[in-house]
Design a protein around this ligand. Structure first.
Ligand code: PEP
Ligand code: MN
Length: 682
């Protein structure tokens, strides 16, 4: 026992040493990155070279593989390092550009709230690279913050403008309309609510929680779980923390950020207590004078406008952006006070107000508006991620082999109109392909996606293992059944909602969207909360109540072909979903019953070109359930790609013979890896 303890101490000592080494290396890397930007400046070179970044990542991944490190882990670490370096270099050129004459030693920032508030923390984050001393002017109200900068009491105002859970902050939008300040920057801050208290006490001992009303609402489920707790509302998160200190009662707690807890020297009783774990607030930074943005930095512009009093003027105004190919990142409307039922539109778009294109846009916008105000151009917080080479190979490979979408709509109408009951699913209704975006994954058009994973989620460990295998081989979407439609009632029925949680965790960890099946109308709402795509299984293709229910969700639906459904039956089933308002339907050919008994089902590959003619919806092929035998899955998966499917869905398992469902058709990891390698080449 004593020996073990000693061993651990020794090992920990070694780890500590390695960690200090890592820190030193990171600092050295940063220093080099600073030297690089000086050279780039001298030769007017671009800040980013994504080709070099991609090459670097691929080289590192290869080297990492040799050391037994998986590519997901390595790329995650190096994305952070590259991002840090890019931000460092961008900040360097920005600061140089804007502090030519007056070198500011101290910066005064006006915020709503006090030390430790989210505005305070976001300001700290934004201004770190200025290397200046920061002082704060704390105000109770947003308009006092703006006033303070307008009058010259402070240099910058930092204001929250939107939150990913609760939406736009109307008061700040309305103030932007009238202020003389310019927006010079933005900052995104992840809000992570914690329960904090004076000392470590069991949570059930907490009798009172002090919280900002919005924070309390965002953590309502957690608060309900504490027996007999009272909630007292505060205007500010940091103030509730301050109050805890003042009162000095250990049965009092507050909802606040980890940073606020540290700042006030309080204990964190529990982290991540919000109902919605991913919660970001975007802040705007404004000053009296606009700032220049270096042309090598991605820039964003914000404006506010009122369109003219004619029908379609908003559409005409937006068309100007389309004409000049300018990407809009936000459109928000606010009522004009004093003019009932009239609206002001707030727009954010990519580009700098001094660019020729943007000048043209602004000029033409004038034709359709009666008021425009430029709020400012500023460096965008959004940094594009460098794509890993294997996805590039995958994408380019696909474009070669994808079949051109050729169809003769006249011909179809003549030939098929007699039997066609569906309309929304048809090419006549929509001639362009439906392209569905799930997080970063594009389904449809010229893309080829691979969905893969086990038939059933069997445990947390198992799905994590499968997710790693998927990620390492370039899979874009992770599958896993949790509510299983088994032919026999005695077979494993799936882990239900608990399984969905495991799948969701695995998807989050490895940054892949997930898909899982729903079998009952009652499951739809809960599963739609976490699953990026909902699957309707073959046995439920004509469960019309279920189709209607999923038609009301905002999630894309993958509709599998019924065991003995004709293409016409299938498209009519899709129509049920589409007609409820959900226009994101993906079809999945998974084999049908024929007289042939040699394989589990018969994969109807001819359905793919037929569907491409009849419908605009994307089509995926599932060779696993079609053929039912692992050795035959591989050739059929390749055939699906060649025949023009928009993707495939494959089942694999860490230990196929012992899979709890569909053991015969699950690929061994090694088989799957070979398949993925071969697919890239097609
Ligand atoms: C599945 O994909 O897990 C499944 C059960 O498929 P199907 O509905 O096609 O049988
Ligand atoms: Mn299966």
């Amino acid at each position: 026992m004593a020996k073990k303890k000693q061993d651990i101490t020794l090992l920990r000592e070694k780890i500590n040493q390695l960690d200090s080494g890592l820190i030193k290396l990171l600092a050295q890397r940063r220093k080099l990155s600073k030297e690089v930007i000086v050279v780039k400046e001298t030769f007017h070179k671009p800040i980013r070279d994504q080709q070099r970044e991609a090459e670097l990542l691929n080289r590192l991944i290869k080297a990492g593989k040799k050391e037994g490190l998986d590519s997901h882990f390595l790329s995650k670490v190096f994305y952070e390092i590259i991002e840090d370096s890019v931000r460092l270099q961008q900040n360097f050129v920005q600061t140089k550009l804007n502090t030519k004459s007056e070198k500011k030693k101290a910066i005064k920032i006006a915020i709503q709230g006090i030390e430790g508030s989210y505005s305070y923390l976001a300001s700290q984050k934004y201004f770190t690279h200025f290397n200046s001393e920061l002082t704060f002017v704390f105000k109770k109200l947003f308009d006092e913050v703006i006033d303070s900068v307008e009058k010259g009491e402070a240099d910058y105002a930092v204001l929250p403008i939107e939150n990913t859970t609760s939406g736009g902050i109307n008061e700040v939008y309305d103030l932007l309309l009238h202020t003389t300040l310019s927006i010079v920057g933005e900052e995104k801050f992840q809000v992570k609510h914690c329960l904090v208290a004076l000392e470590e006490v069991p949570i059930r001992k907490i009798k009172k929680v002090l919280a900002h009303h919005q924070a309390a609402a965002q953590c309502s489920k957690f608060l309900e779980s504490i027996p007999n707790v009272g909630v007292e509302y505060f205007v500010d998160t940091a103030m509730s923390v301050q109050k805890i200190k003042e009162v000095g009662n250990s049965s009092f707690a507050a909802i606040a950020s980890e940073e606020a807890a540290t700042l006030f020297n309080l204990k964190i009783l529990q982290r991540d207590i919000a109902n919605q774990p991913e919660n970001f607030t975007r802040f705007l930074v404004a000053s009296r004078k606009p700032e220049e943005v270096d042309s090598r930095i991605p820039c964003k512009t914000s404006i506010v406008m009122a369109t003219s009093h004619t029908a379609g003027s908003l559409v005409e105004a937006l068309n100007v952006f389309r004409k000049y190919n300018v990407n809009l990142t936000k459109l928000e409307s606010r009522p004009i006070i004093g003019n009932p039922w009239e609206e002001m539109f707030y727009l954010d778009f990519e580009g700098n107000i001094i660019d020729e294109t943007i000048k043209n846009v602004m000029d033409e916008l004038g034709q359709y508006t009666r008021f425009i105000k430029i709020l400012g151009s500023y460096p965008s917080q959004e940094l594009s991620k460098t794509k890993l080479e294997y996805t590039k190979i995958l994408e380019s490979g696909i474009q070669k082999s994808a079949l051109p979408i050729s169809y003769d709509s006249q011909n179809i109408i003549n030939k098929k109109s007699k039997s066609k009951n569906y309309r929304l699913a048809s090419r006549e209704y929509k001639s362009e392909d439906t392209v569905i975006k799930v997080r970063d994954v594009i389904i449809g058009g010229n893309n080829f996606v691979v969905i893969a994973g086990p038939c059933s989620v069997e445990s947390k460990e198992m799905i994590l293992q499968c997710a790693l295998e998927a990620k390492e081989n370039g899979v874009q979407i992770l599958r896993g059944g949790c509510f299983k439609p088994r032919t026999s009632p005695y077979s494993f029925q799936g882990l239900g909602l608990e399984g969905v949680e495991f799948l969701s965790e695995a998807g989050k960890y490895y940054e892949m969207p997930i898909i899982t099946e729903v079998m009952d109308t009652e499951q739809v709402a809960d599963v739609a909360k976490v699953s990026d795509i909902l699957q309707i299984g073959a046995r439920n293709m004509q469960n019309f109540a279920l189709l209607k229910e999923v038609g009301k969700t905002h999630r894309p639906i993958m509709l599998k072909r019924g065991l003995s459904a004709s293409i016409d039956d299938w498209l009519n089933a899709a129509e049920y979903i589409l007609s409820q308002g959900n226009r994101q339907v993906i079809l999945c050919e998974r084999g049908i019953r024929t007289f042939e008994t040699a394989t589990r089902n018969t994969l109807d590959l001819s359905a793919i070109p037929v569907l491409k003619e009849l419908t605009h919806l994307p089509v995926i092929v599932d060779p696993s359930h079609a053929v039912g035998e692992r050795n035959k899955v591989i050739p059929l998966a390749k055939a699906a790609k060649v025949v023009g499917a928009h993707g495939i869905m494959i089942e694999f398992h860490p230990d196929p013979p012992n899979a709890l469902s569909d053991p015969e058709q699950a690929l061994y990891f090694q088989q799957f890896e070979e398949l993925m390698r071969d697919l890239y080449k097609l």
